[in-house]
Design a binder for this molecule. Sequence first.
Ligand SMILES: Nc1ncnc2c1ncn2[C@@H]1O[C@H](COP(=O)(O)OP(=O)(O)OP(=O)(O)O)[C@@H](O)[C@H]1O
Length: 340
Amino acid sequence: MSTAEWTGPTVLDVSRLRTVYPASGEPLHAVRDVSLQIRAGEIVGLVGESGSGKSTVLKSVLGLIRPPGRVSAERLALDGRELAEMSAAELRRIRGGQISMIFQDPINSFNPAWSIGDQFKRVLRLHRPDLSPRQHEDEILRLLRAVGIDGRGKLSAYPFQFSQGQLQRIMIAVACASRDLKVLLADEPTTSLDVTIEAQVLELLRELRRQRGLALVLVTHDLSVVAELCDRVMVMYAGQIVEEASVDGLFATPQHPYTQQLLRSIPAFPHDGKRLYTMRGGVPKLTGEPVGCPFAPRCDSHLGRVCDDSPPRLLPVADGGRQVACHRHPAQSTEEAISR
Ligand SMILES: Nc1ncnc2c1ncn2[C@@H]1O[C@H](COP(=O)(O)OP(=O)(O)OP(=O)(O)O)[C@@H](O)[C@H]1O
């Protein structure tokens, strides 16, 4: 079935999201003007090196950045409703109700002193007011069955009594406990799992989209997970989106030099005998305003002064929602000519 058959109206609409953390000297701009529109039933990957701001985007959307960190956005709307206009009580219902997040390390997402059953019941009390406490156990068993776990006789067990893979699936079941869930934010959900369990969790996420029409934003540094699961990809570098494309488009014809170099860094399997490409340098400092393209010092396609002196904008380069922030692309020079 094609992607279009899965996708519906925009459920998450984020425009010009900025997140700043205080640093000892200057403030650190972890996320700069990131915009994302995610449709119902769509799986969007957010990729980039460690420190590029991927997790901060998810936490900012869910309201998990604590002061003195600061988040601002022109628009941050769920299912057409601006989160900034909601009361604290409404936000508590929405978070975990319509939008949930799962994390890389499941053991740290559970309270070690509470049984799994008790942690589930707390979530059901908040997000399933239609159920009486007597119905909770049946519902928990049903939710666990949906993620492939037979919970009978296990609800009084504690998190440490489950394997990593089981806990990851239980965390997904908890995140999906609300019937109103529309968006699931997943931060490296398979990074701590071995390959067979990883395949099961990816299949489970695909199934959730199919059965419930969930929109999924998947943060990962693993491009094979993106190829396996996502419809669309956003590539982040130094707090900004540098390329956005369909998965097929990104892998077939990567446009941004960072994406090209990232793809060249993936080892071939079976090994082709060639030495693996390594990208030189590291993610730049995130303090201060960028003078030129943040990727310029590491770019194999560097054009000269324009790259060092002028930050490129993320601009559409083709039909189908493809966007790139690179001076090499003709759209950029047209834009510069217009703004001159
Ligand atoms: N609470 C915090 N206080 C200060 N700086 C932070 C905080 N959280 C993250 N940062 C910084 O913000 C930048 C982006 O971090 P973030 O964790 O969002 O990146 P990431 O792309 O998700 O990386 P990773 O893949 O390693 O998780 C980094 O420079 C990081 O050190």
